[in-house]
Design a protein around this ligand. Sequence first.
Ligand code: PRX
Length: 656
Amino acid sequence: MSKDAIRWVVKDSSKPNVFWPSEEMKKKAWVSDEKIYEEAAKDPVAWWAKLAEDGIEWFKKWTETFVHEPPFYKWFVGGKLNICYNAVDRHVKTWRRNKAAILWEPEPLNEPHRVLTYYDLYREVNKFANVLKRLGVKKGDRVGIYLPMIPEVIIAMLACARIGAVHSVVFSAFSGQALKDRLLDAEAKVLVTADGYYRRGSIINLKSNADIGVEGTTVEKIVVVKRLGLNVNMVEGRDYWWHELMKDAEPYCEPEVLDSEDMHFILYTSGTTGKPKGIEHHVGGYAVQAYWTARLTFDLHDDDVFFCTADIGWITGHTYNCYGPLLNGATFVLYEGAPDYPAPDRWWQIVEKYGVTIFYTAPTAIRMLMKYGDEWVKKHDLSTLRLLGSVGEPINEEAWLWYFNVVGGGRCPIIDTWWQTETGGTLIHSLPGIGPFIPTVAGRPFPGTKFAVLTEDGKQASIGEVGYLVHLPPFAPGMLRTVYKDPERFKQQYFGVYGDTIYYTGDGAYIHDAMGNIRITGRVDDVMKVAGHRIANAEVENAIAQHTAVVECAVVPMPHDIKGEVPVAFVVLKPGYEPSNDLETEIKRIVDKLIGPIARPEKIFFVEDLPKTRSGKIMRRILRALLRNEPVGDVTTLMNPESVHRLKEIIWLKRS
Ligand code: PRX
């Protein structure tokens, strides 16, 4: 670490582990005045209207800013715009023409990286938009995108946006069957995929999955990017190589003039039933929120290099590996591969290589890298970093502090961003120039948005009281408009609990302090009722993770004759620690100490691995089912399906 690295945070003089922006941060940040919250709250609709005007170039101004017909809502009604125009064309008319837009890092170390400037991107996107048109894609048609983390995925998304087609990106590590389910629901006309890609040094044959995926669907044409040069099956009249179509594509495609409430994209996410929901986002509101949250949440400036590690197949990838940075004319890193390949310092090597200033990842990754040890981080000069972000699940204190101290060198704020596929962009977090930054506490709602924590009977919960996190009107502009082809599910899922003007997030939370900072306790389906007390799994997990031997853990409820439910913990130990009765007692004591004996795990299973989705979320549902001896259901979409078998054995052994 170079000695002159800037300190972007200062410690609170009276409270341990509370941090505030330093003078340097306040000077640099887009916003540093606390008054922004009050100003925005006076008239949120007018505030968003001002943001929409300042951040986005509209072809025609809207006539009504916010229209609410509960449970449905619209933003910037009558406004005309094009996101692709805003993300690309706008910048090529300025000094940013030859500014780097995408710094693409391939997984193999011996392959050269690629830099795409805004002008490069402009040329590629225009051509691919014409390719799509030639393949028969029209405004409103759905295009499936099943691509790894290569620049073509961004080009394809922007090309759709340019012609008003609706993209539905499917995570490239999903199986062919999972792809098929989504293509069927979206009724996609064209699929864009690749021959294959690298993951942890091996070759993934993506095209063969794509072939399974399109069977029996409405897909008429497939465009295949040659990433690896594999010998793949190409069906005459259906399959085309990207580079061949691009060779003689026209260089300019007029951006379609879209309505603010035209559909922009569909992104599938898991719901409470087995069938994924198609979350539907519309053009205008999403553009405004993507622009402003990228800018203010991460304090994104022209001289920043943003590295968001999320895959493009998730909402975080959509908003912060594509639209948010591009709308801002920023430079960002797009990395193809695994965080720990060929070694656990790959991300830190990338940060050093490009001089990354803003780094955004998920707690699960932080915990994994923490497990490898500090030396991997310390091998690299990370002094360019000025801001760290976290997303996707509650971050436990130990991971927060490791991220803060080891990765950020104790100099950078951690912006713990709460949001969902449904919200389109970040919504609850501290602002970099305002703070505070407190481990496990996300922060306040984004200016101009309103959230509440409600009790079961719909009353405002008091400070410290765990309740249900809800979003109140006017809903953030980037919020989903409906579930694709299923408005009933939209109604019932999000407005079925407190009525049709209160959006139910599905998360538990509590107000942490008088300032209104919010701590998210986790999904409500992961909340236990133990002897009448409501205990969040995440809270118990957080307590257990305080033990020095623990890397990661999951707590799930188990039925209990007297208490209704009791918590059971699955614990992954750090290398060098062995399971023992003493360790079990120590862990229980920590829970007693931090929460109380009511939260004490009834049983502790020491395990090597926890079942996780491909996005890294722990699948507590599977642990619950295993404990109850119930069928675990489909495990094929897990990152590590083999863990389920091992867990079964461990549970069985402990029982017998
Ligand atoms: O439970 C919350 C958790 O992730 C859920 C949304 O998941 P998904 O739609 O996959 O989007 C993840 C990326 C935006 C939320 O309902 N979650 C997300 N961020 C946080 C979080 N929980 C706690 N803290 C966060 N910062």
